[in-house]
Ligand binder design. Sequence first.
Ligand code: SF4
Length: 358
Amino acid sequence: MLATNTTTPTITESAETILSVKELAVAFQSDEGDWLTAVDNVSFDLKKGSVLGLVGESGCGKSVTSYAIMRLLPQPQSKILRGEIWLKTNTSSSEPLVEDQGINLVSYPQKLLHKIRGRRIAMIFQDSMSALNPVHKIGKQIAEVYRLHFPEMSPSEVRKSMLELLHQVQMPDPEQKMDAFPHQLSGGMRQRVMIAMALACQPDILIADEPTTALDVTVQAQILNLIYELKEQTSMSILLITHDFGVIAQMCDEVVVMYAGRVAEQGPVNTIIDQPQHPYTKGLLSSIPSLADQPKTMLPTIEGYVPGLKSMPEGCRFVNRCSEAKERCSTSPPLTQVGDNHNVACHLVTPNQNNSQG
Ligand code: SF4
């Protein structure tokens, strides 16, 4: 069994929602000009001060979902087909940046998005080497964030804030690191720089897209602990994207399991880990190594691959890899409520109190 983070505060259903994704659909254009749906009917709520995990294999639509939230989908080869992404009112600021009722990021004007990116929602990426500019020193790159968002700050105020930030992300010898180029830092240090840049505007939401995948195991743990500590200190909400259920267990309050662009299962992390219902979730959980495993025994795997956009099966998209598939799986299973805040898209599950979310 996976160990969940016991220090995680309980996020109840009544906790305030800060970001609400509703029936989001995103499509990419093929070389032939057809629009192919990469994310289909995805809905979830991110609660204030909580960590929500999006988990699934590569190609399941996790990163596309996060890029849609940031309105950073590549143009013109992709577009949001349907759905809404509601960012709630900025309650932490005395000067709200957005309307009182929140805003729908899907229809928010492009020219105003700079008020959202960085200041309300910040993002850190898997590959810090690509995300940082190789020809500029670290200090200059962090200072650029302040110059863009807080032009009224003096150079000495910017330097003081940068040093505080680098201390906050536990960067060793921060004064010296400000004069370093990205290639002179380790992968873990570069990721700390990325986190510092993301925190510069004190965002309400941090989207972390596979933030530790490129790092050594021990450094992964340091960076995850750092992100978790910063969340506790600042009350920001985190959308954590990962293929690793171990990371989900350690960090998250709630989880959305995605498969081939759709939600397979979603709910509180303890429920999903203790009582997974979807065959895909069960497969992901059973393929995690454990110290209790016999040495030199093969881990269970999910046979096959996530289907490509051009070869999505009819009906349930997991049908070609599912050992429990039945004839009726040639039709799409609805997302069905099976417990408190626990939804599953599989024909095998039994609805809770006949409550189906369609
Ligand atoms: Fe498997 Fe059918 Fe459930 Fe899909 S709907 S996960 S194919 S049992």
